[in-house]
Design a protein around this ligand. Structure first.
Ligand SMILES: *Cc1c(COP(=O)(O)O)cnc(C)c1O
Length: 372
């Protein structure tokens, strides 16, 4: 018998818990040829460019699929033949970029970094100085595998000063951490509907510098993942090239309305940061410590050390917390036993208090200590 008669709240890095308004926005059917739907797509794209202050200089290209589809599409579309990509690697999503490049047969150079530290712009600068053949740098803004937030503006400045191009996986930061295209040079920032914008999953997008994208006709190795072709088709017809994820777009449109009502990036980031601080405080009373020092910790997701106790079993812990109405996330570190708790989505402080309470009850039920 479940103890809770509602959907579990998702304390995960996506999919997230969404508001009732966002869910209700999906209670319709739309035709992909319909002018009404295509106006929604155009409005969503306009707002997404605005989130990073890219009006005039940058365009938004939406793409069907999860976030990784859009990362792969951006790399495949923007990298010229013979391009070489530096990938600073300190976690699971950086490693995914390397895997995408290897799968596509593109030249990549890994800059291996410690998984419990932020990327050091000076290390990136040194790697670029050492290899003039590197044309691009691909970085993850918030490494969701650990929760580390990287200094994007400083990294972008280093890359631009060396005359190289930057592609950013901002999947878990877009909408919650400020990115300013006017002062942070990048060719593409990639994100998706179902993370900090609090839509539902199913649509990725790239905010691309218009001049960079204009040079990319025919570059992509893939038809379905060709962002230049998708962009051209959208401009010519106002329609998506292939069947659009209509309900996802409608939900994102409604989610963006709530995002603006809340106060945009600053307000959303502040709510998530408050969730994170409450979570870290609450878990500390149970003896659960975060992996990262506070200055590295993004407002997106917190990695906690698992209790060093013989009774610890993530599967049992997960099931216990789930029965009490919350879904947590496994850790992604290679050597240390951890678990993760997300701070993003339609969650408020009272939800965080309830999660901490569910964790406390579960620890007790499993015979684990619940004090610092
Ligand atoms: C969620 C996420 C992605 C995309 O993952 P999907 O499983 O394809 O949605 C990529 N990068 C980062 C940093 C993410 O947090």
């Amino acid at each position: 018998m479940p103890l809770i008669d509602r959907d579990p709240l998702l304390l995960t890095p996506g999919p997230l818990s969404t508001s009732l308004r966002t869910k209700q926005a999906m209670l319709h059917d739309w035709g992909s040829w319909d002018a009404g739907f295509n106006a929604v797509t155009a409005e969503v794209c306009r707002q997404l460019v605005e989130v990073v202050h890219g009006d005039g200089s940058h365009v938004c290209v939406p793409l069907q699929g999860s976030g990784s589809f859009a990362v792969e599409a951006a790399l495949g579309t923007l990298l010229p033949p013979g391009g070489k990509v530096l990938v600073p690697n300190h976690g699971a999503y950086c490693a995914r970029i390397l895997k995408i490049l290897a799968t596509m047969g593109r030249q990549a150079v890994e800059l291996a970094l410690a998984e419990d530290a932020a990327m050091d712009p000076a290390a990136i600068d040194a790697a670029l100085a050492a290899d003039p053949a590197i044309s691009h740098v691909a970085v993850v803004h918030c490494e969701t595998g650990t929760g580390i937030l990287n200094p994007l503006a400083d990294i972008a400045a280093v890359v631009a000063a060396r005359g190289r191009r930057l592609i950013v996986d901002a999947m878990s930061s877009f909408g919650a951490v400020e990115i300013d295209a006017r002062t942070t040079p990048f060719d593409a920032v990639v994100a998706a509907s179902g993370k900090c914008l609090e839509g539902v999953p199913g649509m990725g997008f790239a905010i691309v510098r218009r001049e960079a994208l204009e040079a990319c006709a025919g570059r992509s190795h893939s038809l379905a993942l060709d962002l230049h072709d998708q962009w051209q088709y959208l401009q010519r017809t106002t329609q998506w090239r292939f069947t659009p994820p209509t309900h996802v777009v409608a939900a994102l449109d409604e989610a963006l309305r709530q995002f603006q009502e809340e106060g945009g990036v600053a307000a959303r980031g502040a709510r998530y940061a408050a969730n994170r601080d409450r979570l870290v405080q609450g878990m500390a009373t149970l003896g659960l410590a975060p992996l990262l020092r506070p200055e590295l910790q993004s407002p997106v997701i917190v990695t906690f050390h698992a209790p060093a106790h013989p009774a610890w079993d993530f599967g049992a812990f997960y099931r216990g917390v789930r029965e009490r109405g919350f879904i947590l996330y496994p850790g992604k570190l290679t050597r240390i036993e951890t678990f993760r708790v997300g701070c993003i989505g339609a969650l408020a402080l009272h939800d965080i208090d309830a999660v901490v309470d569910a964790v406390a009850r579960t620890l007790r039920a499993l015979g684990l200590p619940t004090h610092a």
